[in-house]
Each structure stands twice: as C-alpha cells, then as structure tokens.
Design a protein around this ligand. Structure first.
Ligand SMILES: Cc1cc2nc3c(=O)[nH]c(=O)nc-3n(C[C@H](O)[C@H](O)[C@H](O)COP(=O)(O)OP(=O)(O)OC[C@H]3O[C@@H](n4cnc5c(N)ncnc54)[C@H](O)[C@@H]3O)c2cc1C
Length: 350
C-alpha cells in the first residue's frame, strides 16, 4: 500500500489475520491485509493519473494495433478512431486484444478460471461452528462450494463481508462439479448452505466478475509493445492476489519505457525485453512453482484438504512461509504416497 501510495480512503477494512478453511478444519495466521473498495480504488488511479498528466479516453474499446511499414505505431479503437504512441501497452486484463493480435498472448481455454464476488451484510462472522472471521480474510478449499478452486469471505467491517468463489473451468477440475451449475449457481449454493449466511443480504448492486488464466506466461513484449497485469497472467495463481502483482508489473513496464525513451531512443524487441526480465525477477518470481502448487491443490479431494490443514497447523510460521514461497523441500514433507494419484492427474494434463 505504502510503496504505491494508495490512500487510506480507498481501504474498506484493515484485516489482521488470514484463515484457511477446509470442510472440517482450519488454520489461522496473523497476517495484516487491506480490503479495498475496488470502485474507489479505480477512481483514485484515474485521478492520480490525471495529476501526473495522463489523458484518459472513456468508452474507448480498443480493436487492433496500427502497424505501418512493419512497425507498431498506435491502436485503433471503437469503429475508426486512432491514437498513436512510441510504446503501446496492453492492460486490458484477459481480453488482451493487442497482445493476441501481436502473437504475444496465448491464453488457453483449458486454463481458464472464473470468479464472482458480492458484498453482503448480516454475515455471522463468529459462528460457533467455524473460526472467528472478525478482521480476517478467509479462503476456503471445499469442492462442495467451489469445485476445482476456492471460496472466500473477507471481513469489511461490522457484519459486512465480501463473499466470492472462483474455480478452474476445465473438465479435470470439474470432476466434483454439478452438471449445469454456473459460477452464480455455486455462490448461491454456498449462501444457501453455510449457516454464516443465514441472515445475509447482498448490499452492492452488482457482483464483481472476472477471469484469469492459470498457465505460464510466454513472451510479454515485442517491438514498441508490452503487456501488463492479467494480460500476461500476473495474478498469483494460488490465492488470486492480483492487484498488487498487476501494479508491480505496471511499474516494471514504466521502468522499461523510461529506459527505452530517455537514453538514445530504442524501442526494439531486444530493449523491451528488459520488461520480461523485470517481471520474472520482481513481479512473479518462481511463477512456475506457484502454478504447480495451484494446479495440484485444486485437484486434491476434500478429505485431503482436511489432512493438509491438520499438518499445516503443526508447522512454524517460517516453514509456512517457505511453503508459500514454493520451497520444494518443505512441500515434499507435506506429501503422502496417496498424493501420487494427483501428481499423475496433473502430469497427464500438462
Ligand atoms: C471476483 C474477483 C475477485 C478478486 N479479488 C481480488 C482480491 O481480493 N485481491 C486481489 O489482489 N485481486 C483480486 N482479484 C484479481 C484482480 O481483480 C485482478 O488480478 C486485477 O484486477 C487485474 O488487473 P488488470 O488491470 O490487469 O485487469 P482488469 O482489472 O481486468 O482491467 C482490465 C480493464 O481493461 C478493460 N478492457 C478490456 N478489453 C478492452 C478493450 N478492448 N479496450 C479497452 N479496454 C478494455 C476492462 O474493461 C477493464 O477495465 C479478483 C478477481 C476477481 C475476478
């Protein structure tokens, strides 16, 4: 928050702990967090950009890149409007119209994850059958509610909370899914069956929806072009932390643009590749391991999640941290012979 100068007035609630839930167990960790008012946050970004001389064009749907004599020089938007620039950056999330056109993005359907989130009041945050979620961000692994993914409750003050689910949509991850049930249907199912929502009412007008691809990024730049944020899968594949990661990717792109334009101007693919290096080093180091953790985690059955929580509860904070960072040694200690079947399933699908 401080490193990006995010003001307090876009923060809905400061949380103090993270709770991981499985169907019958849970783990509580002290870990500060910030739940943002996403609309207010986006307005702040625009206002802040305007103060820094950025120019915004609203209702402008980018169609395709403008290429002249083999060089990328601008973009076409809406029907026939054009805008030109020395460097073009695609920041359209998974839509990626420019990155796809330039052959940078290769977002695969089978790696597609979808999510939905709504704001509720009347949530019982301290229900006797569950961990206390006051001032907490809770992430739940439970195929009953989010097959092939996870669901969450983020406390936003008083009895209000953001409640959401997301999951990988392909067949291998949907073995536990109910045929024909949509992401909205799953959220409804959780709301109807979890006693914490017995008196909950939706307070925001419309839910937040979105998607991401859980796959390794390919190239992220080419001549006079970079792709940032979820256009190049910056979101953390395990826990869906996207905002911080995407802003870090934007900062890496800004550093690259600065470098390419302030010395002898050179926006060749070779120079733009500095961005790819910064991304791998600073935005999402060890992304391949985190992708593997995510894919294996969401293949395991509910009973395995309970066992995992029991095991995690016995570990020190440092060990948990190493596991989250993808330490092979610490992860290996959590495995059992029965896990070979998920590895097999995972390898078959990669
Ligand atoms: C339900 C849900 C809950 C989430 N919760 C969290 C959370 O709690 N914490 C967290 O850190 N992350 C969370 N994330 C992830 C986070 O929202 C994303 O990782 C992040 O917003 C990606 O930022 P982005 O700028 O790359 O893309 P986006 O936020 O997707 O923004 C892309 C923008 O480009 C616009 N666009 C698309 N196509 C075009 C076009 N052709 N022309 C012009 N504009 C276009 C879109 O309208 C959009 O405004 C959540 C995601 C979802 C779906």
């Amino acid at each position: 928050m401080a490193s990006f100068g995010i003001p307090d007035d876009v923060v809905m609630h400061v949380t103090e702990s993270v709770v991981l839930e499985s169907p019958n167990e849970h783990l509580i960790q002290d870990q500060p967090g910030f739940v943002l008012d996403f609309e207010a946050f986006k307005k702040f970004l625009v206002e802040h950009g305007c103060h820094k001389s950025a120019e915004y064009r609203f209702d402008a749907r980018v169609r395709d890149p403008i290429v002249e004599d083999g060089d990328l020089v601008g973009v076409r938007y809406n029907s026939d409007q054009e805008v030109f620039g020395e460097i073009i950056i695609d920041a359209t999330g998974p839509a990626a119209p420019l990155a796809k056109d330039l052959g940078i993005a290769n977002l695969e359907r089978e790696n597609h994850a979808i999510g939905i989130e709504c704001l509720f009041e009347g949530v019982d945050l301290n229900h006797p059958d569950f961990a206390d979620l006051t001032d907490a961000m809770m992430l739940r692994l439970d195929h009953k509610y989010a097959p092939g993914g996870y669901s969450w409750i983020f406390h936003t003050g008083d009895d209000t909370a953001k409640v959401g689910i997301c999951y990988i949509q392909n067949e291998r991850y949907q073995e536990n899914a109910i045929h024909g049930r949509t992401v909205d249907g799953y959220l409804e199912h959780w709301l109807d069956n979890d006693p914490r929502f017995e008196n909950a009412r939706q307070i925001a007008e419309s839910p937040v929806r979105g998607s991401a691809h859980i796959q390794p990024p390919g190239s992220m730049s080419t001549d006079s072009f970079m792709a940032i944020g979820d256009t190049v899968l910056s979101v953390d594949p395990v826990w869906g932390e996207g905002i911080y990661k995407c802003m870090k990717s934007a900062r890496a792109a800004a550093m690259t643009a600065d470098r390419c334009l302030t010395r002898a101007k050179d926006t060749s693919a070779e120079e733009m590749e500095v961005y790819d290096d910064l991304w791998k080093e600073q935005v999402a180091p060890r992304q391949d391991r985190r992708l593997m953790i995510a894919k294996l985690l969401y293949l395991a059955p509910n009973e395995r999640y309970d066992r995992l929580m029991r095991d995690l509860n016995k570990l020190s904070r440092d060990t948990l941290s190493a596991i989250n960072d993808g330490s092979k040694r610490e992860i290996a200690k959590l495995l059992y012979p029965c896990d070979l079947s998920y590895f097999w399933k995972y390898w078959r699908g990669t």
